[in-house]
Design a protein around this ligand. Structure first.
Ligand SMILES: Cc1ncc(COP(=O)(O)O)c(C=O)c1O
Length: 418
């Protein structure tokens, strides 16, 4: 047992971020929260459960197993809806999957990431991540004792600068084994990779022999501009696609998947993923798989139509939040704006730049005294980057909450500027 004074991995702040996001609201029940990136409560639709199950029940009639066996027995480790997910990835993403068994159906992105890291990292090796970064990946990488090298986001998004980071590491004897990237509308900064960035990242991975862990959790939520192909659809051989149905169906299902690289001659990552899963969760709950599989079949394997009302509603919320920011923080003649923000083309977040440091202490002060909870972007950083930024989530707030919250944030900022 570690002594009382000894720090364990469980004291690492990265492991606390998701807990903090969930607990800050319950500690400040009267404050409006723009902290958590939950899908909209208004979009939770119980009828999807019945629809999905009914559709899967019809489909199962034509399979070799009875519905009772499929749903009630222990299931195949890789999953029971791999073929359906393969079809879905072809239809929505143009990804051709030759063997559906290269897909492992998982309990959300989080399990997909865990299995993937376990299958790639043994002993040494480095995981490159942008900084700030979604703590779901860094938290599990830390628990697995993987060496993480955070790369400031500006450098990460600049292909030649990123190449230099990887080359410098390798010249010091550190092997880059994988890189984690969110292609569209990242959490926390809402930035995306351009088509050129994606191509450059793939060439670097090929040249330097590492893998890309591609997270597409927010890809369906594009409010303007043209879709950019996922890296997995450009060159599958270096990419583990870590998929999640948390935002595109609903998070209560805890459903996701990983698609391993499929090229002959490379180690069988599917077999490794499968072995690891058989010892972690055995198999993903069949009932949840049936709902997802049924909904995909029901919607001709595409999630675009199902998400159309959500896209319209989130777009409206994003626009409204930007309107409120413009109203509360107007341009001042001569000095511009003291508070600025990005204008993401999609996703759940807007990143705001403040004229002062905003960290954990300030978040608590703002929640307690000004009744609005906004999350410091720096809490997602491993190197104390972005200390003057806050992540505002519009996904689960009503227009009246957004209006009130941005007004309260202005009052807090004014109090700090006096
Ligand atoms: C960047 C990112 N990836 C993935 C997910 C979804 O994870 P899961 O499927 O484990 O709920 C989230 C949810 O917050 C996220 O922000």
């Amino acid at each position: 047992m570690p002594s009382v004074l000894e720090k364990t991995i469980f004291e690492d702040p990265t492991l606390n971020v998701i807990h903090l996001l969930n607990s800050i609201s319950s500690e400040n029940p009267e404050a409006i929260s723009l902290a958590s990136g939950r899908p909209d409560d208004e979009q939770c639709d119980l009828s999807l459960i019945d629809k999905g199950l009914a559709s899967y029940t019809r489909y199962a009639v034509d399979t070799e197993h009875s519905l009772a066996t499929l749903l009630c027995q222990y299931g195949k480790t890789t999953g029971i809806i791999n073929g359906i997910i393969a079809e879905h990835l072809q239809v929505d993403e143009g990804i051709k999957i030759y063997n559906p068994e290269s897909i492992v159906v998982c309990m959300g992105f989080q399990e997909a990431a865990t299995l993937t890291l376990l299958s790639i990292f043994e002993g040494s090796g480095v995981l490159l991540v942008p900084d700030p970064v979604f703590s779901g990946i860094t938290g599990i990488a830390k628990l697995l004792r993987i060496k993480i090298v955070p790369v400031p986001e500006d450098t990460f998004l600049d292909p030649s600068a990123l190449r230099k980071v990887a080359e410098d590491l390798e010249s010091r004897g550190e092997k880059v084994k994988a890189l984690y990237a969110i292609s569209d509308f990242s959490n926390p900064t809402a930035n995306s990779l351009s088509y050129e960035d994606r191509k450059a990242m793939l060439s670097l991975a090929n040249e330097m022999n590492f893998f890309i862990l591609e997270d597409n959790a927010y890809s369906y939520f594009r409010y303007e501009g043209d879709k950019i192909p996922l890296m997995k659809s450009i060159d599958s051989s270096r990419v583990f696609l870590l998929g999640s149905f948390a935002k595109s169906i609903f998070p209560g299902l805890r459903m996701g998947y990983v698609v391993a690289p499929e090229n002959a001659g490379v180690i069988s990552f599917s077999a490794r993923l499968c072995k690891a899963k058989s010892l972690i969760t055995v198999n993903t709950p069949a009932l949840c798989q049936a709902i997802v599989g049924g909904l995909l079949i029901e919607n001709n394997y595409s999630l675009k139509q199902l998400n159309q009302p959500r896209v319209l509603s989130y777009r409206q919320k994003r626009n409204y939040m930007i309107e409120c920011l413009e109203r509360e923080f107007p341009i001042k003649a001569g000095s511009g704006r003291s508070v600025t923000w990005n204008h993401p083309e999609g996703g759940f977040f807007i990143n705001v730049q403040l004229p002062f440091t905003f960290e954990y202490f300030e978040m608590c002060e703002c929640a307690r005294n000004f009744k609005v909870i906004v999350f410091p972007t720096s809490l997602f950083s491993l190197t104390n980057q972005a200390v003057t930024q806050v992540r505002l989530s519009f996904s689960n707030a009503t227009e009246s909450e957004i209006k009130q919250a941005i007004g309260n944030l202005r009052a807090y900022i004014e109090s700090r500027m006096q």
